[in-house]
Design a protein around this ligand. Structure first.
Ligand code: BG6
Length: 454
């Protein structure tokens, strides 16, 4: 393991930042808490964006905005070498006026400086399911080509401000999750008269242009900046040896590789070109040149689970155990995913999310989360096997550094962190932070793996 390997963790603004009064709303601020997946919110034609009844957990998050010094001190105590966080576009630009909010920029200055003070590498995601609501209301998100220039202005603002201190940039969180979360990832609300696939493909095409512009912007400012985009790495196995299941698996994989092929190879693959053509999406020569000349330096990937392709559609693998939230647990799938990705692209891979979302119990200020330690150890073991296979992995960042509002359900009680945050599903709680057993385990692991332990 190289000395500079980034052992770290991740958080996102929309799930932890809060500070609602000093910014404008994001897409997740508008999704009420609910047990059915929030990824699906506004996903069907006929639903329109309007103020809903209910409790909106993302508006408060876990108040990282107020607690960031204390939180970063805890991350430093844990020994994190890297922290991935997202900047809120809706804090930097509260609306589509061209002048950024200086108070917001100063806040992120502080966050970055605080991380650097402890030797923690800051890794920035420019949008993590937290697109400004004004982009949705006024432009209907990435389906509208005009949004690319708004995004460009936003990223130029933050890259110019932070490039001297931030080397790693990630355009978007899980671009491929847009396949089933058009509103949360694309910022687009589907209208009744519209064909979902056409809208999705148009959004995807525009987001890919935005990604290439981030690569160009960063490299123009400093050729040593490293740019990635996060994809959800969810391998699909065929249910049986039937050629039909294999074909279905291949189709499923292409829904993801259509993004990475463009971003890493700089070329629209034939199957994606066909889809775009079939749906009447214009492919401009200038866009193709942009893709070609601005490819990613690394792939950022999240890994949580795997699934099965069968004639009944995509389903869960009955041979695998699941978390209390029904997510399959498949550490070996991590090695497979990393090998497949590296075989196809041969660029460095940074794991930017991996973790167990489950209920924790706090007793006398202690949280004995041996189940989380077990989950993470098994995944790290498989990552190391993939590295022995020859895959170039440059970092392992868990989800999440501390408990945050879950994306799917908007719940606090689905916890992923090394640090327990005293906040309940109904928003009550002191917001006090408590290191879990896994905090000390990770602290020790980082020391050992970095050769700093006798
Ligand atoms: C990833 C997202 O998809 O999964 C995170 O990038 C999210 O935002 C994580 O929190 C875990 O999912 P969930 O729904 O359990 O919070």
């Amino acid at each position: 393991m190289k000395k500079e390997f980034l052992w770290g963790s991740s958080i996102s603004a929309g799930q932890c930042e809060g500070g609602f009064e000093s910014r404008s709303e994001t897409v997740v601020d508008m999704i009420p808490q609910g047990k059915t997946t929030r990824f699906q919110y506004l996903n069907h034609p006929g639903k329109y964006l309007e103020e809903q009844e209910g409790f909106f957990p993302s508006r408060k998050g876990v108040e990282f905005y107020e607690h960031y010094r204390e939180d970063i001190a805890l991350y430093a105590k844990m020994g994190l070498k890297a922290l991935r966080f997202s900047i809120l576009w809706s804090r930097v630009f509260k609306d589509d006026s061209l002048t950024p909010n200086e108070e917001a920029l100063a806040f992120y200055d502080d966050v970055i400086n605080e991380l650097l003070k402890y030797g923690i590498e800051p890794i920035i995601t420019t949008i993590h399911f937290d697109m400004p609501l004004w982009v949705v209301k006024k432009y209907n998100g990435f389906v509208n080509r005009q949004v690319i220039s708004l995004y460009q202005h936003y990223i130029e603002t933050i890259v110019n401000r932070y490039h001297d201190r931030v080397k790693y940039w990630i355009s978007y969180c899980e671009i491929n999750v847009m396949n089933h979360a058009l509103y949360m990832v694309g910022g687009t609300v589907l209208k009744e008269s519209e064909d979902r696939d056409s809208v999705l493909l148009q959004c995807a095409y525009h987001k890919l242009i935005g990604n290439a512009i981030l690569v160009r912007t960063c490299h123009e400012v400093d050729k040593d900046l490293k740019v990635g985009c996060e994809v959800a790495g969810t391998p699909t196995y065929p249910l049986t040896s039937s050629p039909l299941d294999y074909q279905l698996m291949m189709n499923e994989e292409r829904r993801d590789t259509r993004f990475t092929d463009v971003m890493v190879k700089g070329k629209i693959p034939y199957y994606f070109r066909k889809e775009l053509n079939d749906h009447g999406i214009d492919i401009l020569e200038e866009d193709e040149n942009l893709f070609k000349n601005n490819t990613l330096d690394f792939i950022a990937v999240s890994y949580y689970k795997t699934s099965l392709a069968s004639h009944e559609g995509v389903k869960d693998n009955p041979l695998l155990e699941t978390t209390p939230f029904g997510w399959t647990i498949d550490p070996k799938g991590m090695r497979i995913m990393l090998n497949k990705m590296y075989e196809r692209y041969e660029v460095p891979i940074m794991i930017v999310e991996n973790g167990l979302g489950t209920y924790d119990k706090i007793e006398d200020g202690k949280i004995h989360d041996d189940y989380r330690i077990d989950y993470l150890s098994k995944h790290i073991e498989q990552m190391e096997k993939a590295m022995d296979d020859g895959v170039e992995v440059i970092g392992y960042l868990t989800w999440a550094a501390m408990d945050v509002v879950s994306t799917s359900e908007g719940m606090m009680s689905k916890r992923y962190g090394f640090i327990y945050v005293d906040r309940n599903d109904d928003g009550s709680g002191t917001l006090k932070r408590y290191p879990k057993d896994s905090f000390y385990w990770y602290q020790n692991l980082i020391l050992e793996k970095s050769g700093k332990k006798e």
